[in-house]
Write a protein that binds this ligand. Structure first.
Ligand code: AQP
Length: 334
């Protein structure tokens, strides 16, 4: 009998070129987990509509993100890789779950508060409802584990709350998922403002390293990253947030522990340290960038992966959606 593996679901919005924060906090863990789990990784393009995009650019970024998933090491033969808008069940389940989610709990979401402050000209209902779409993404697939960065912890908690609330009324319809948040690298900070999270949609490109930045840009951004006046490579997130963030990046890129990094740079200045951080990022990103460029030139292959992934995801998602429709009292289509 085939062994039944627990299931993973996760995704990234094509809201910009993904950063080393997205790579360290999410994708690198997905790659590590892909053999142990049946994994479903989504390009959550519907989520990206919560802010304004240039349509052709959004399409390009979604395709590029699929190429990056593969270039980072996600094997399309082992994992289901697909685009959220290709599987209508995500939007359909969102409507149902909206009716089981309270305005009060959505208005407490940190991301909603931050994004509505940042996009005060466009505080749309989609931004408010973002966590319900995310809950639908996860619950549709009867997911066991959701590997995410720290910033998504609150959204995973509301996903669990919505799922449990629904199950309490209708029986065990949804599996209640657990979060998988890495111990190191769950919150990579902005390079120039280390009190804020590194984000791909940041207006200042010097705050993040994009996974597709050319080598000279990566080295320059590392050189310019904010540190402090102590000239001591020591991990102390409260008093040395900039240096501690660079240490975390270096540790994640090299696979070294933080104490080992402290020892390695004992007595060395920030110049040497930043050079080493930049080089460690380049070493990881160079092969990813090469593969990404090759895949982007092969539209037929990316289309084939997208179509195959959507077909497999659709089959799983429909099963859950039909169960939900039946439970809430909708007539099955004759
Ligand atoms: N700085 C970060 N450090 C560690 N993990 C991070 N993630 C995001 N930023 C960091 C994780 O990456 C995954 C994808 O996130 P998303 O695209 O769905 O949305 P997000 O969390 O809002 O990421 P961004 O980069 O900040 O996007 P924008 O700028 O569009 O809002 C998630 O697992 C997230 O935790």
């Amino acid at each position: 009998m085939a062994e039944h593996k627990p299931r993973i679901f996760s995704g990234i919005q094509p809201s910009g070129n993904i950063t080393i924060g997205n790579y360290i906090g999410a994708i690198s863990n997905w790659v590590r987990l892909q053999d142990e789990y049946e994994s479903i990784y989504c390009i959550v393009d519907l989520h990206a509509l919560t802010v304004r995009n240039e349509p052709a650019e959004l399409r390009r970024r979604a395709r590029s993100l699929l190429a990056l998933y593969i270039a980072c090491g996600l094997d399309p033969a082992k994992n289901i890789l697909f685009v959220q808008s290709h599987v209508p069940a995500h939007a359909e389940l969102t409507w149902v779950l909206n009716c089981y989610t309270y305005m009060g709990e959505l208005s407490r979401m940190t991301q909603y508060k931050e994004k509505s402050a940042r996009h005060s000209e466009n505080i749309n209902a989609g931004l408010f409802d973002y966590p319900v779409l995310m809950a639908s993404d996860i619950l549709l697939y009867q997911t066991d584990l959701v590997p995410i960065g720290e910033d998504q912890r609150q959204h995973l908690e509301i996903t669990r709350d919505i799922g449990e609330r629904f199950n309490n009324v209708y029986g065990d319809v949804f599996k209640i998922p657990e979060a998988y948040i890495p111990k190191v690298g769950a919150r990579i900070m902005s390079l120039l403002e280390p009190a804020a999270k590194m984000s791909k949609s940041d207006e200042n490109v010097n705050n993040f390293i994009s996974i597709l930045d050319p080598p000279d840009v990566i080295m320059r951004k590392c050189r310019r990253a904010v540190t402090d006046s102590e000239a001591e490579v020591r991990f102390d997130e409260t008093n040395k947030p900039g240096v501690s963030n660079l240490m975390t990046i270096y540790a994640c890129m090299t696979g070294k522990g933080i104490p080992e990094v402290e020892k390695e740079f004992d007595g060395k200045g920030y110049g040497d340290f930043k050079q080493a951080v930049g080089q460690s990022v380049l070493d990881i990103l160079a092969p990813i960038q090469d593969t990404h460029a090759r895949l982007m030139a092969d539209k037929a292959y990316l289309d084939q992966v997208m179509a195959g992934g959507a077909a497999r995801a659709e089959g799983l998602a429909r099963r859950t959606l039909q169960k939900v429709y039946k439970k809430v009292g909708l007539i099955p289509r004759p």
